[in-house]
Design a protein around this ligand. Sequence first.
Ligand code: ZN
Length: 158
Amino acid sequence: MKPLPAPDVPGKAARQEEAFQEEVAMDILTPAARSIRMGLIRSRDTSTEVAVRRLVHAMGYRYRLYGKDLPGRPDLVFKARRKVIFVHGCFWHLHRNCWNCRPPKSRRDYWKPKLERNAMRDKQVRQQLRRIGWRSLVVWECELKNRERLSRKISKFL
Ligand SMILES: [Zn+2]
């Protein structure tokens, strides 16, 4: 069964907006308070991440979570290989050409710059990692729909 496009579901859009407002509020917090708040946000939206973790684990790979000393705090860290995986929600991280990431029609002007800023930050983080000798892979939320293909992508990368 095909899930509904996320941004068009009113409840979900409201939650996303709430999360965004939280992100704006975070810009004015102290680093310590921000780190606590980040932890809360992380713990709230992890279903995609958990599914990817389980898949990678079942494939026989071992990893650490949230490389705190690496740019962007990657979701899965393969230290000996110097490789990391980011698990990205299609909407928040602006997955190009993905039906999952269309911003809500009604407030496109509002959403577009925020989401583009997220995507820009992701790109910078990956460049920073490359500069210090780490390779990174992005796993998109929508890729979980075809686990076999995703497994192949992950094993090829690792
Ligand atoms: Zn996607």
